[in-house]
Design a protein around this ligand. Structure first.
Ligand code: NDP
Length: 453
């Protein structure tokens, strides 16, 4: 049977673009890709990239303050959101152009349209055109969801934040995950009065307790009005663009803006999956095996639509493993173990491996941890603290988890992640000479466990 293409990719985000261009450019496959929105997907257009640029923008307010303590005569200016936003948009246009060119140069034919499946080898584009392919790859990502509550339509999500005409004076952020905590820090740094509601006992559920406790403390220290064990009961318009929020803690307040960061859902609806018998999981995700293959042999899925580990570098790995498996005849499962990750709060949190709580539930452990005032901020008169922590197996001496809360923790954990992934023991860390004076040298100088469990 002959097909129009060897591969048809639906979705032009990090995972889809990588799979398409490597399959076409390096294996000579005939590849097409359909994208209904902008190329680059969540990460480039409405996630990691614009978020990180906003993190940078937000951190200048502290830097200006600190510069005075270092002897600079410096007057804090005013943050010009429209000027920043215009530059941000130009940068995203540039990056989108790069993504389009990567596809074009690799020989991928792209369609700026929505696509859906009509049979295991055929997709139908929004204009009605049908294309056949030997393999179909779903890389449609995910999207933010708002809770089902009266007035929720008044709130925005992380998708909208980059498009605001002006910054609000006050905002309520709902949620305690990556996105809620990162935007609380960003907006606080940009001068917005930030209130955050999280329904649980501590933000960043699932991460190491001691690390998330410190992030939460530092966020409050910086002026974020964080309410734990609190959620919205109801919300309604309050005139003059304000939103009146009744909270479960009995308070009632008006905010300029409410942002929901209450989780994301896979983009797997209206793709024609049900009719083909492609299985979907409890959250609506596309169910795949270790090779990213669905129960329908010609259909594969990678990235957030599969809801495995929802991170850009993981989607890229899944895309590469898919190409290796399908187009190079070398079945390659995706390794989801020991993935380093960072949360860009102030201070940042970088983490790899097991939390103390997870490790202790698994086997006897020793915990090495130190919390201190870093030199640079301490000299500037700040009370900020950082944390360096290793969770070590008593039996094998392997470092099971490394948790860092500090400025630059994202950069540090990338490197610590190599050692942990290689199976380094505590003694391997000890054998490494410190780089002085740095914050991260503490990770190799912790001699005595603070506790065993
Ligand atoms: P998360 O799933 O991490 O967090 C959702 C938060 O919303 C949780 O605190 C959750 O509470 C809360 N929540 C859920 N439903 C409700 C509700 N009905 N009412 C009130 N609160 C609710 O999602 P995010 O949107 O923050 O991030 C999605 C994913 O994106 C992350 O898991 C991560 O994989 C990725 N990401 C990665 C980043 C990075 O690498 N730096 C940055 C941003 C996103 P509870 O804990 O009680 O369930």
């Amino acid at each position: 049977m002959s097909f129009d293409y060897d591969l048809f990719v639906i979705g032009g985000g990090s995972g889809g673009v990588r799979a398409a261009r490597v399959a076409a450019g390096e294996t000579g496959a005939r590849v097409a890709l359909a994208e209904e929105d902008r190329y680059g997907g969540t990460c480039v257009i409405r996630g990691c990239v614009p978020k990180k640029l906003m993190v940078f923008a937000s951190e200048y307010s502290d830097m200006v303050e600190d510069a005075k303590s270092y002897g600079w005569t410096i007057a804090p200016g005013r943050f010009d959101w429209p000027a920043f936003r215009a530059k941000l948009e130009a940068e995203l246009d540039r990056l989108e152009g790069i993504y389009r060119n990567l596809l074009k140069n690799a020989g991928v034919e792209s369609f700026d349209q929505r696509a859906r499946l009509v049979d295991p080898h055929t997709v139908e584009l929004a204009d009605g055109t049908r294309k056949s392919a030997k393999h179909i790859l779903l890389a449609t990502g995910g999207r933010p969801v708002k809770p089902d509550m009266p007035g929720a339509e008044l709130g925005i999500t992380s998708n909208d934040i980059f498009h605001l005409a002006e910054l609000p004076k006050s905002i309520l952020i709902v949620g305690g995950g990556y996105i809620a905590c990162e935007f609380a820090g960003i907006l606080n740094g940009l001068g917005v009065k930030v209130t955050q509601f999280y329904r649980g006992a501590q933000i960043l559920r699932g991460f190491d307790d001691e690390a998330r406790g410190l992030v939460s403390e530092e966020m409050c220290q910086r002026g974020i009005d964080l309410h734990l064990g609190t959620n919205i009961l109801e919300m309604a318009g309050a005139g003059a663009g304000g939103i009146r929020v009744k909270a479960t803690n009995g308070t009632e307040r008006v905010f300029d803006q409410v942002m929901f960061a209450t989780g994301r859902t896979p983009n797997a609806d209206d793709l024609g999956l049900e009719a083909l018998g492609v299985e979907r999981g409890r959250k609506g995700e596309v169910v795949v095996d270790e090779y990213s293959q669905t129960g329908v042999p010609s259909i594969y899925a990678i990235g957030d639509v599969t809801d495995r580990v929802n991170l850009t570098p993981v989607a890229i790995r899944e895309g590469m493993a898919f190409v290796e498996t399908v187009f190079r005849g070398n079945p390659t499962p995706v390794d989801h173990e020991l993935i380093p990750t960072a949360i860009f709060t102030q201070p940042e949190m970088g983490t790899v491996g097991l939390s103390e709580e997870e490790a202790a539930a698994q086997e006897p452990i020793e915990v090495y941890a130190t919390s201190f005032k870093p030199m640079q901020q301490s000299f500037a008169g700040r009370s900020d603290r950082v944390l360096m922590k290793l969770v070590v197996s008593k039996a094998s001496r392997k470092v099971l988890g490394c948790h860092i809360v500090a400025p630059g923790a994202g950069e540090m954990i990338q490197l610590a992640g190599i050692a942990v992934k290689m199976g380094a023991t505590k003694e391997d860390f000890d054998r490494t000479v410190a780089v002085h004076p740095t914050m991260s040298e503490e990770i190799v100088t912790m001699k005595t466990p603070v506790r065993s469990a």
